[in-house]
Write a protein that binds this ligand. Sequence first.
Ligand code: NAD
Length: 489
Amino acid sequence: MPLRPTDSSALLVDGKLVPGSSGVFDIVNPATEEVIGQAADADATDMDSAIQAARRAFDTTSWSRDHALRARCLRQLRDALQGHIDELRDITIAEVGAPRFLTSGPQLEGPIADLGYFADLAESYEWERDLGVAAPMGIKTHRRVLKEAVGVVGAITPWNFPHQINFAKIGPALAAGNTVVLKPAPDTPWCAALVGKVIAEETDIPAGVVNIVTSSDHALGAQLSTDPRIDLVSFTGSTATGKAVMAAASESLKKVFLELGGKSAFVVLDDADINGACSIAAFTVATHAGQGCAITTRLLVPREKYDEAIAATKAGLAGLAAGDPDAPGTICGPLISAKQRDRVESYLKLAVEEGGTIECGGDRPSDKERGFFVSPTLISGVGNDARVAQEEIFGPVIVIIPHDGDEDAIRIANDSPYGLSGSVWGADPDRVEHVVAGIRTGTLSVNGGVWYSADAPFGGYKQSGIGREMGVAGFEEYLETKLVAAPAQ
Ligand code: NAD
């Protein structure tokens, strides 16, 4: 059955596709500003029903103990989604403004395939570990460690890579035996609602195990953070909202897992190929208009090569003009909304007020009358203490900052409230390794290495988050540990 967008205007609550109690809200294509359809608009009562359903499914069914069923259902979901891949691709491009080339990777195909990795983990994970016999306080005791699901997971996600982030939560949460209430961002409800439709119509995932609640109201995320029936909040979004989630969750002392913002450094050492490194830095920040938490947005280059690096980065950005995300060659699409474009433009104004120079970009592309586009931009002439170097802009904007050698580069890279990602470029492996060891961050690429894959843990140091997504570490975020001690024979 085709996944027409109009069909997707439903919530998934307790196994049923139902309308939102607040009616519907518009979905806008960020590349054209056209309303492309509506999504179901849930209110607090819908969220309450979804939480109730997830709680019931966890407490009264064998889902959390039936590892084989969960593995089968996850593979079934993966296969069903792959059967709709072309429709999902079109909708992802239209709703997210995601460049088409990214849908072959982390914007769509990658995260769907990753469900298979989590299905495999459900089967292969060591759910019980034998600690052997000991005699604490003189009593001979046999101890076992059982790994169990945490319970009901409230998943709150942003709009920039909706499939990747939705599946990086649903996949491990279900594989580990939890039930889920997913609240996607108001900007990208279809990406989630279509998954709800596939789950309801094409899988054996039991009613209540996955609930998907689209809404124009951010308060439904807050509801997930406070409701005592939720055991774990798995949140991806801005650091400011993450702090609000953590504070709200503390009332019922629920577990929180936070994937937050970043302002990652791209460190070029003095023995690196400056042209090669700067052209990759340019490509990275232009990709999806810089709307990636892990995108490197501070380019740290040797002081003596500052001008050369500016020229190389400008040359790289010149070939990456913002354009139609549906076109196969587009790297830099639109920003998600007028609000986000306003935010990015306010930082471009701030850069000049802070004494910076806009080396290229800094404006809207002249050939675009509609769409939330901003040209890829390079800012020079500011220090790392400038607000444009400290705060997350979340647009196609990179700040170039000079460093005075390896130690200085490490110091500047670490002079940030964030610690999510980063990149190090250099020819001498020992020096590169020294810089890698010095930077306080959750993910580092060396000389262009790619860190994204299902088995690779991803997450942040400092104010970039708590916990890890993906990999075994990401799976274990969704587990509790139970120690069982019985008299030994
Ligand atoms: P956001 O924080 O505004 O919203 C994220 C989600 O939180 C949305 O679903 C929103 O409805 C919900 N929300 C809003 N207020 C809430 C509240 N008080 N309580 C609970 N939920 C609430 O973020 P965004 O603008 O959608 O996304 C961009 C941000 O996400 C950037 O800061 C980016 O760095 C971050 N991000 C981080 C990662 C990562 O893995 N570290 C990945 C992608 C995006």
